[in-house]
Design a protein around this ligand. Structure first.
Ligand SMILES: [Zn+2]
Length: 300
């Protein structure tokens, strides 16, 4: 590279322009020697493996060349560049271009690219199709058929559907005041019932110390009757069981149990048992006395 020398000779006159201009050199030096042809020499690194078309040698990816870079066209606003390189193994030239449409490089001449692109179709995947190409080749008859199909669909399905939707919408929006009145009245009634129920529930919860987050079941005639039936049945069962237990205990324990206790049992349990027996005997006696009294009073 030249042009980096910042030596200003004593006879340099700034009015003549820059140092490069005075010396008749470009800022990029020798790399700009073909600039009049639109060519700039740049360092270019091979983006893939190639075979030279002249000497048929393999040239690996990453080998660098002083390539002649030139703008040869544009894809929309993106310039397309070509890189002309001279093979380092022979005197042949090869040319590689950028391909902005597919974001890649293509070998144009003088060499063969080693095809190492991953193809999903070869590896059990789906093929990638060029969708743009298909849209260009449209069958005019098919297109016409499509439009008539769409028209028929619109006439038979879409139009009636839209009309029915419009009718429904008009039905709901024709008299918003009365509809709103109706809805609000309904909500007000429901709110009253709901508030009463909540009040009753809160009272119940307060009485039984239930958590406030507990939700109670809704009360109706059937559930009330069921609860009543269950309650009376349980009461009867409870009383019956109590009576039965008393009679069994009284009849099964003889009066002399305390005297006949086996000596192996502990003294504490024996005293407890004797106490219980005494109490039971007393109650039995008392009930017998009251029964006899009752009987005697009933007798004339
Ligand atoms: Zn070569």
């Amino acid at each position: 590279m030249q042009g980096f020398n910042k030596y200003y000779p004593p006879d340099y006159d700034p009015s003549q322009g820059s140092l490069n201009k005075v010396r008749g050199k470009h800022a990029l030096g020798d790399r700009a020697r073909k600039l009049d042809q639109g060519i700039l020499i740049t360092r270019f690194e091979l983006p893939f493996n190639i075979w030279c078309g002249t000497c048929n040698n393999h040239i690996g990816m990453g080998v660098r060349y002083n390539a002649e870079k030139k703008k040869i066209g544009a894809y929309y606003s993106t310039p397309i560049f070509s890189f002309r390189c001279k093979c380092h193994l022979c005197d042949g030239w090869f040319e590689i271009q950028t391909d902005p449409k597919n974001t890649r490089y293509v070998v144009v001449s003088g060499a063969r690219q080693k095809d190492e692109d991953w193809n999903p179709e070869d590896n059990g995947g789906f093929a990638i199709h060029d969708t743009e190409k298909e849209s260009v080749e449209i069958d005019p008859l098919a297109a016409l058929e499509k439009t008539t199909d769409a028209k028929r669909q619109m006439e038979t399905v879409a139009k009636p559907r839209i009309e029915s939707l419009q009718v429904v919408s008009e039905h709901y929006n024709s008299d918003p005041y009365s509809l709103s009145l109706k809805a609000r009245k309904k909500f007000r009634d429901e709110k009253k019932v709901e508030q009463q129920k909540r009040k009753a529930d809160d009272e119940l919860k307060g009485r039984y110390g239930l958590p406030t987050t507990l939700s109670l079941l809704r009360e109706d005639e059937k559930s009330v009757q069921e609860a009543k039936d269950l309650w009376s049945k349980a009461k009867v069962d409870h009383l019956g069981a109590k009576r039965r237990r008393t009679t069994i205990e009284v009849s099964s324990i003889p009066a002399t149990t305390s005297a006949r206790l086996p000596p192996s049992s502990s003294s504490k349990s024996s005293t407890l048992d004797s106490l219980r027996t005494q109490i039971l005997q007393n109650t039995a006696k008392k009930s017998a006395v009251t029964r006899s009294l009752h009987n005697s009073t009933l007798r004339p």
